[in-house]
Design a protein around this ligand. Structure first.
Ligand SMILES: NC(=O)c1ccc[n+]([C@@H]2O[C@H](COP(=O)([O-])OP(=O)(O)OC[C@H]3O[C@@H](n4cnc5c(N)ncnc54)[C@H](OP(=O)(O)O)[C@@H]3O)[C@@H](O)[C@H]2O)c1
Length: 202
């Protein structure tokens, strides 16, 4: 599949490297094309606004407080699937949005004809590289309003090694984003081993 990733940072590159091993073609959408171009010859680079033109699915991997500006000028985004893996984290590792809305819901308002799917926000870099613990697949929670998009994302999540679980409509993102804070707090603040993940037993 042709996949676009907005955000050429830590998580964007980890996911890109993982997806190319499954023969997906990756294009990064970047703010400064000149300085980002040819950073890695196995990827393509375009301006963020053009990321949807040749890509079927877009992954948003920018800082949580940059999502609104990152998506607002994208052309040909209507009908495209947008995976939002961001967490709205501000100063002192505190959530800047929550309870009554979420990053994913706010993104959907800015690009109402795209199909926003929330997922991949509840694991850290280490488990994005290897989505297992003691050979058990980590469960990856998925939320979105469009069944076809949820299914496509679920298949992609399974392909890269997670145990996907569609939990509900996009408004579930207001629960999934705070949920990510449990891991972030335990690993980054309390120093817990990052080789951890949740398993939804069923
Ligand atoms: N790190 C993790 O373990 C992890 C796990 C799950 C989810 N996440 C989420 O993933 C997101 C990215 O985290 P990260 O650790 O990869 O951050 P990062 O290394 O700081 O990378 C962020 C990237 O976003 C780009 N960017 C910023 N604003 C932009 C905009 N308006 N338009 C286009 N690109 C923009 C930056 O590009 P410039 O070079 O132009 O500044 C940078 O390449 C966060 O929301 C985080 O909560 C992270």
């Amino acid at each position: 599949m042709k996949i676009g990733i907005i955000g050429n940072g830590q998580i964007g590159n980890v996911i890109a490297n993982r997806l190319v091993t499954y023969n997906h073609e990756i294009t990064f959408g970047v703010r400064n094309l000149e300085s980002n171009q040819k950073v890695n010859p196995i990827f393509n680079y375009v301006e963020t606004k053009d990321i949807a033109i040749n890509n079927e699915l877009i992954i948003l991997a920018v800082p949580g407080n940059a999502v609104d500006s990152a998506v607002k000028n994208i052309i040909e985004i209507d009908g495209k699937i947008v995976i939002d893996l961001t967490n709205p984290i501000g100063e002192g590792l505190k959530l800047t949005r929550g309870t009554t809305t979420s990053n994913a819901e706010e993104i959907q308002k800015i690009i109402p004809k795209a199909k926003v799917v929330k997922t991949l926000n509840t694991v850290g870099l280490e488990k994005m590289i290897d989505p297992t613990v003691n050979e058990e697949k980590i469960t990856m929670l998925i939320a979105g309003d469009h069944d076809d998009a949820n299914l496509k994302v679920s298949n992609l999540i399974a392909e890269i090694g997670f145990d996907p679980l569609i939990v509900g409509k996009l408004y579930f993102s207001r629960y999934l984003e705070p949920f990510a804070m449990i891991r972030i707090e335990m690993v980054r603040v309390q120093g817990m081993n990052p080789n951890t993940g949740i398993k939804w037993m069923r």
